[in-house]
Design a protein around this ligand. Structure first.
Ligand code: PLP
Length: 392
């Protein structure tokens, strides 16, 4: 099919819930993708932080093919090897104690929320169920995780929402104290707010937050759906902040492009959810887990160090262009936000970049870059050249 045919068919038969860019994507290699007519795009998006190994990765495709040929799915009422091995790797690399696998980020966060409320119920009894989240956060699109998201624009239309969320300002212990109370059971944060605009939390705040959680026996829940799986230059962002969360959630990049998510819990939270309390049909799918194992094998310590270096290089190069429409960059690793200066429209900038062969995202008031973690110097330079030619 041609791009035009694909767009027309999509418009006719797929529910119109996405503000799509005017591009159809057919195939890719590394951090480069092509439309059906063969037009090339440098990809600074990796889906939305999903395709960490880029496109056309042979080890990944082979692991998927081999596992699909052996066993594509069975229920969680039976044991399979790939998710057990993936859970082992994730625990050994993080110091967490066990995993629960699900399918998407919002769903993983739902599990984390259920675990926090059950932990508190078991230990402190009823009535202690409020979870504090941060303003400007994003935690998902389910009825519960929309309400967990600390942005009013998400609290529309779908009433009634799940109760039991209270919001505090990021980087303010005063605001957190103001939200505290005897009814609180947990705090949930993104260490770098992704959808909110690529805003890293301050180290001092995160340290103080973790200490307060400890003191009040609030579970510290870290939503690593976007920051996890090497994106920020460590396997998970919490490992750079020197904190030990009780539970973290992951999704996006975990299986390099197949739908998979989950949570990791520490020893204290290991047995909170027992048989029959939490489940999902597709969770721990062996094909997705086999893909996840290839991701883990690729993300060696050396590889992760390079992610940090690539991020620093990209930011330096972009700031060095001194483009009239773009300001400072911020972020961690290959999770990069770029300020759009007053008087310029982020949507218009993105549209022009895409027209000229560079895929980028927006987040909050600015641009957001989430390139495949395997992106090469050559591909970064091509992307930067497109920025320069388009926006000078
Ligand atoms: C993308 C995202 C989610 C939602 O993940 P889905 O897979 O779309 O449900 C939740 N939290 C954060 C931080 C995210 O970036």
């Amino acid at each position: 099919m041609t791009s035009q045919e694909i767009k027309a068919l999509t418009g006719q038969y797929i529910m119109n819930t996405y503000g799509r860019f005017d591009v159809a994507i057919d195939h890719g290699s590394g951090a480069t993708v092509y439309d059906p007519e063969g037009k090339e795009y440098i990809d600074f998006t990796s889906g939305i932080g999903v395709c960490d190994l880029g496109y056309g990765n042979q080890a990944w495709a082979q692991a998927i093919g081999t596992q699909a040929g052996k066993l594509g799915h069975t229920s969680n009422l039976f044991y399979t090897e790939p998710p057990a091995r993936l859970a082992e790797t994730l625990c050994k690399r993080t110091g967490m104690r066990c995993a629960f696998f699900a399918n998407g980020g919002g769903e993983a966060n739902e599990g984390m929320i259920k675990l926090a409320r059950k932990y508190s119920f078991d230990k402190h009894g009823e009535g202690r169920n409020v979870i504090i989240t941060l303003r400007n956060s994003f935690h998902g699109r389910t009825i519960t995780t929309l309400k967990a998201t600390g942005q009013e624009v998400f609290h529309q239309y779908f009433f009634p929402f799940t109760e039991g969320f209270r919001y505090a300002d990021a980087n303010s212990m005063d605001s957190l104290q103001a939200a505290a109370g005897d009814d609180v059971c947990a705090v949930m944060v993104e260490l770098v707010q992704g959808e909110g605009g690529v805003l890293p939390l301050e180290q001092e705040y995160v340290t103080a937050l973790a200490a307060l959680c400890q003191e009040r026996d609030w579970l510290l829940l870290v939503d690593e759906v976007q920051t996890g799986v090497g994106r920020t230059g460590t396997l998970f962002a919490f490992q750079q902040y020197g904190i030990t969360p009780d539970v973290i959630s992951f999704a996006k990049g975990i299986a390099g492009g197949l739908p998979m998510s989950g949570i990791l819990a520490n020893e204290k939270c290991r047995s909170v959810l027992g048989p029959g309390m939490h489940a999902t049909t597709f969770g721990a799918n062996p094909v997705c887990a086999a893909a996840g194992l290839v991701v883990q094998e690729t993300l060696s310590d050396e590889f992760l160090k390079e992610v940090g270096q690539k991020g620093a290089y990209l930011r330096e190069q972009i700031e060095g262009l001194r483009l009239p429409c773009l300001g400072k960059t911020r972020g961690l690793g290959l999770m990069i936000g770029i300020e759009v200066k007053d008087g310029y429209q982020k949507g218009e900038i993105v549209g022009k970049l895409i027209e000229n062969g560079l895929l980028v995202l927006t987040a909050g008031p600015g641009l957001r870059l989430l390139p495949p973690l395997v992106i090469t110097r050559d591909e970064m330079d091509k992307g930067i050249a497109i920025m320069k030619n388009t926006l000078s």
